[in-house]
Structures are given as structure tokens and as C-alpha cells.
Design a binder for this molecule. Structure first.
Ligand code: G3H
Ligand code: 13P
Ligand code: ZN
Length: 336
């Protein structure tokens, strides 16, 4: 069932973070749905309630343009039928104003991100407010970004600018945005840190103090770039030197401080790369796409279960379902 990110945030806020996973193809989609339902090897495996989780599925502009946006959207519609127990939001990741309007008008996305963070504050406010006004008339929720992460965001290469807490409060008030991506030390891609840097909890703490109560914050660039997966890639012919990511143990403390959505894309690509490199290294005579695809779907489902465990969202699916508006049993549309 497709819900809005807002619905998911209400249940999660302050307790755990919802995983926001990017997808690009069929195998990622299947692995993602299976993993979030606690299934591993097959669509028909029973749901494991101990690890099943609500989630956010997100499409970047690059993913939408990889073949044709309708191909991926149709995959998601099919997954919603194949996995009727899943509860998820469909979200545009790093949208331009034009991409946001396209998604809002499609009637399919429950949430969009307008990323005008590379503009000056006032222009970011102006663009974000236009998108919020249009999205809200259609019941769609909006994420925006303030500050700059560094690394590569779609086609923009940026330098780090941590979010200013006072500006964050002003930005939320002026735009009416529903959630805010903040820069607190992470960056996109597989090369986040040299040395042992971590999250700037001090900045996060200040932001949480000045924004409205229970306002959902978002952390991009949150892949952990696990050493074991990087080693597997390198042992199978890859050359990922000095790759590093966010320590997974930092997810839950951030969640307790208001980070309610945690974005993970790179880790999924690393799993894909390792499985496919190993397969063709070990079976050089093979040229079939299905055997590594099958291994990948299972490995990705298992990886999602692990990730959700670190985010605290594993085991929260039924709680999130009960908290959806109109699902409380009290007969009204409240979210109790
Ligand atoms: O923030 C960037 C996301 O990881 C999306 O990456 O534009 O290569 O699809 P992409
Ligand atoms: P990673 O590159 O750390 O996976 O970040 C993904 C992201 O922020 C998508 O918006
Ligand atoms: Zn991002």
C-alpha cells in the first residue's frame, strides 16, 4: 500500500528511522520488497514480523531517465500487487522544480523532494514554497534541503556547508515544507570520509531544538559502505580504494534526535557490484543474467533486513500499519 512519508513519520518520530532506498531496476525492486517484508529467497516465503518494516522507495531523476520513467513506475505498481502487505511511500529524490511538478501531476508519487539547496537561502525558500503550495493542493508531501552535503548530487558537485540551525527554523516557517534534509557531515557516494569523522550531533541537537516539535529531519548520504562488501568487490577485480561510509551505529542516536528518514543508495549498488563480479569471476563460462540476478535479489533482501535492524525500523511494520489515518479502530481519520 502506498502511503505518504508523513504517515510513516508520525509512527517513527523519535523512535526509529525509516529507510529510504533508491531503486533502478527489477532486481533491486524485488529485493527491496522482500527484505522489507522479512522474506529472503522467494516472494512466497512467509512474512517475518520480527523484521518486517515500513519503507520509502525513492527514484532519482537519473533513475527515472535510465530507460523511461513509466517502466520503473509500472514495476512499483506491480510490486504493490505482488506484495500487498508492504507499506511504503513513493518519493522523488533530489527533484528540480520541473521534475516535482511532473511527479505531482502524475498522481503516482506520494512525496517529492525539491532540492534547491545549491541556491542562496532566499531563492531556495522561493522555489520550495512554490512546490509546497502546488503539492499540498494534491495531498502530496514535500521534502526540501538546506545546507550542502558535498560529494555528487545528481549532476551537481558541491562542497560541504553544514545546515545553520536558525536558518532551518526560518526556512520551515517560510516554506511550509513537511520535512527537511540537513547537512550534518554526510556526503553522497562511496568515499565519504578520510579518517574517522562522524556525524555532527551538536549541529543536529541545535536544529532539533529550534524547529517545530516532532518535525521530521532527513539524512542523505547515509550509506555505510560496508568494508566486507568493498573487500568482496576488490577481491573480485574491483578497484575501490579508500571507500568509507557512515557508521551504522550512528543511525539510531540520530533517529532519537529527530532524523526520521535515512537515505541509502550506494550500499545497494555495492551489493549489486560484488555479487555480479563474484559470479562472473567464479563462472567465467557463464553468460546468463538470471543466476547472478537471483543471487543478488536474495543478497539485497538480506541486506535490507540488516539495514532496517540498524535503523530500528525492523519489526515496526504492523505498528506503522495500525497508526495509519483511519486504521486505529476508533472509526475516525485520526492517527491514534
Ligand atoms: O543522491 C543521489 C542518489 O544517490 C541518486 O543517485 O542520481 O545516480 O541515481 P543517481
Ligand atoms: P548514499 O550515496 O550515501 O547512498 O546517499 C544516497 C542519498 O542520499 C540519496 O538521496
Ligand atoms: Zn541524497
Amino acid at each position: 500500500m502506498i502511503v505518504t512519508t508523513k504517515d510513516l513519520f508520525q509512527h517513527a518520530y523519535g523512535k526509529y528511522a525509516i529507510g529510504a532506498y533508491n531503486i533502478n531496476n527489477l532486481e533491486q525492486t524485488v529485493g527491496l520488497f522482500r527484505g522489507n517484508l522479512g522474506k529472503k529467497g522467494s516472494n512466497d516465503d512467509p512474512i517475518d514480523g520480527n523484521v518486517s518494516a515500513p519503507f520509502i522507495l525513492q527514484l532519482s531523476r537519473g533513475a527515472r531517465g535510465y530507460s523511461d520513467k513509466r517502466m520503473l513506475e509500472s514495476l512499483i505498481r506491480a510490486a504493490d500487487e505482488v506484495f500487498p502487505d508492504a507499506i511504503f511511500a513513493v518519493h522523488l529524490d533530489h527533484g528540480t522544480e520541473e521534475a516535482c511538478y511532473d511527479c505531482i501531476e502524475s498522481g503516482f508519487y506520494s512525496s517529492v523532494m525539491i532540492d534547491a539547496s545549491h541556491y542562496e537561502f532566499e531563492k531556495n525558500v522561493e522555489i520550495t514554497k512554490r512546490v509546497v503550495d502546488r503539492a499540498h493542493t494534491e495531498g502530496i508531501v514535500v521534502e526540501a534541503e538546506l545546507g550542502q552535503l558535498g560529494g555528487v548530487e545528481e549532476d551537481i558537485v558541491g562542497s560541504v556547508k553544514l545546515t545553520d540551525p536558525d536558518q532551518a527554523a526560518e526556512f520551515i516557517e517560510k516554506t511550509g515544507v513537511d520535512s527537511l534534509a540537513i547537512a550534518i557531515g554526510t556526503s553522497h557516494g562511496a568515499f565519504k570520509f578520510s579518517g574517522t569523522q562522524g556525524l555532527h550531533y551538536d549541529v543536529l541537537e541545535k536544529i532539533q531544538k529550534v524547529v517545530p516539535a516532532k518535525f521530521p529531519l532527513v539524512m542523505h548520504g547515509s550509506s555505510s559502505v560496508p568494508k566486507d562488501w568493498v573487500d568482496r568487490i576488490n577481491n573480485a577485480g574491483g578497484k575501490l580504494k579508500d571507500a568509507s561510509g557512515v557508521d551504522e551505529k550512528q543511525y539510531l542516536p540520530a533517529a532519537k534526535m529527530g532524523v526520521t528518514k535515512i537515505n541509502i543508495d550506494t550500499d545497494g549498488r555495492l551489493v549489486w557490484c560484488a555479487i555480479h563480479r563474484e559470479h562472473f569471476r567464479d563462472q567465467p563460462e557463464d553468460f546468463d543474467l538470471r543466476p547472478p540476478g537471483k543471487t543478488f535479489m536474495q543478497a539485497y533482501a538480506e541486506y535490507i533486513i540488516h539495514k532496517n535492524t540498524m535503523l530500528g525500523s525492523a519489526g515496526q511494520l504492523e505498528g506503522a500499519r495500525k497508526s495509519l489515518p483511519g486504521k486505529s479502530g476508533c472509526g475516525c481519520a485520526c492517527s491514534r
